[in-house]
Design a binder for this molecule. Structure first.
Ligand code: PEP
Ligand code: MN
Length: 261
């Protein structure tokens, strides 16, 4: 496989030698919550903190995120431990505000087809994490990404986060073949999101291992200090100890693969 175009954000390289993690709560809920998670990321030498501040919820009466307050809490927690922040931007009007607080701008599954947003992100001076729409073919996904690239923004990371199939036992279906295929087609890093793909916390470890062996450059994982009380996506969130165990297992496998290369 040719050299992939890695994305460097400060000192963190996505698509390089190491499998990276982006981790944090589905939604930022409080300072205590985000600080506990940031402390754990620091301990585990994970450099990218995720968290939703502007949330795309299926129901308009569900928790919509803390907005600006959430961005400030993310930045505060990240700065304490020199972490990077990735968070979702849902609307062109929010790009400049979110860019003040985030290092990587995330486009969620529902907005992959929002070409006005993609065009604006092509002009942004921030790395973009473009999630695959749950109803996009790979061709549509790659074409969507071209809007960002053609705007002049080359700092692009793909994310396979599950597609809708007839399966009802999992939230979506993680399309494993998309990982090597998108990598071959684009020569850019692809990460996976096993949390949203499965909706089931016990599947995070096996799916992350699958991503690692099929060429993903990292995983985005939801973690919460008390998943049963989470304001969104509790069922797929790992608690702090479960998360630590997942990271240790994945790194063990990564080291075994490297040692046998
Ligand atoms: C998220 O990562 O916060 C999220 C909402 O994911 P997705 O857009 O993949 O559903
Ligand atoms: Mn979520």
């Amino acid at each position: 496989m040719g050299n992939i175009k890695t994305v460097k954000v400060n000192d963190c390289e996505i698509g390089g030698d190491r499998f990276i993690f982006m981790a944090g709560p589905c939604s930022v809920e409080s300072e205590e919550q985000i600080m506990k998670i940031a402390t754990l990321l620091d301990e585990l030498k994970i450099h990218i903190l995720r968290g939703g501040a502007f949330k795309p919820r299926t129901s308009p009466v569900a928790f919509q995120g803390l907005g600006l307050e959430g961005l400030k809490l993310l930045r505060k927690a990240a700065d304490k431990y020199k972490l990077l922040v990735v968070t979702e931007v849902m609307d062109t009007k929010d790009i400049s505000l979110i860019s003040e607080y985030a290092d990587i701008l995330q486009v969620g599954t529902r907005n992959m087809f929002n070409y006005s947003l993609l065009k604006e992100l092509g002009k942004a001076r921030k790395a973009v994490l473009l999630k695959r729409s749950f109803m996009a073919t790979i061709e549509e996904y790659v074409m969507a990404s071209e809007y960002i690239l053609q705007g002049g923004n080359e700092d692009l990371i793909y994310c396979e986060r599950g597609i809708r199939t007839f399966m009802k036992e999992t939230r979506f279906t993680l399309d494993i073949s998309a990982i090597p295929l998108i990598k071959q087609m684009t020569n850019r890093p692809v990460i996976i999101d096993p949390s949203h793909a499965t909706g089931i916390r016990s599947l995070i470890l096996p799916m992350t291992k699958a991503g690692l062996v099929t060429g993903a450059s990292g995983a985005m994982i939801e973690v919460h200090p008390d998943p049963d009380k989470a304001l969104s996506d509790g069922a797929q969130s790992l608690n702090l100890n479960q998360f630590r165990a997942v990271i240790e297992e994945v790194r063990k496998l990564e080291n075994q693969i490297k040692a046998s290369d």
